[in-house]
Design a protein around this ligand. Structure first.
Ligand SMILES: Cc1cc2nc3c(=O)[nH]c(=O)nc-3n(C[C@H](O)[C@H](O)[C@H](O)COP(=O)(O)O)c2cc1C
Length: 145
């Protein structure tokens, strides 16, 4: 289960930077960076991916995914079964699909003498208004599905 404080932080921030890991059916690993992630509960994560992305294809093939989350005082990996729950978000101009992962394992990556001091720093560039609007559409769909 994800710690409640992390779930609360993710919900407070809306978009949350994290690393997603998947494999294809031959076992080839793939990692990518995403921010459209919404913790529906301590056990269920929803996330949105460009439909044509390698990550989206891998999840369709293997139904598994893992995440790495960084936040103050935490470095967590979580693993689970994942599936597509919305093939395409109609309101978004390019194809974006929504996935849901049921977490079956959470690992704490910290060790004595070191910690994590923040979340992964990131910022939108370009048209900030458009990006904020896109984020808000995707979050709304993930929350209401
Ligand atoms: C700040 C930032 C946020 C991103 N958020 C997402 C996201 O939430 N979903 C997504 O599919 N790609 C997101 N991307 C793009 C992915 O990192 C990646 O380049 C792209 O989706 C291709 O995915 P793939 O590696 O699975 O093919 C983001 C990139 C940046 C720089």
């Amino acid at each position: 289960m994800l710690p409640t404080e992390l779930v609360d932080l993710m919900n407070k921030l809306g978009v949350f930077p994290c690393v997603l890991g998947t494999t294809d059916k031959e076992g080839n690993m793939h990692m990518t960076f995403i921010t459209w992630v919404y913790p529906k509960s301590e056990k269920i994560l929803r996330f949105a991916l460009s439909s044509g992305s390698k990550s989206a294809k891998n999840i369709q093939e293997t139904k598994r995914a893992c995440f790495m989350f960084f936040s103050p005082g935490r470095a967590l990996t979580c693993y689970g079964d994942a599936q597509m729950i919305i093939e395409r978000i109609e309101e978004v101009k390019f194809p974006v699909s929504v996935f849901e992962m049921h977490i079956d394992k959470v690992e704490d990556n910290l060790f004595p003498g070191a910690t994590i001091t923040g979340i992964i720093p990131f910022a939108h560039t370009g048209d900030l208004e458009k990006m904020a609007e896109l984020d808000s559409i995707v979050l709304k769909v993930m929350r209401s599905a």
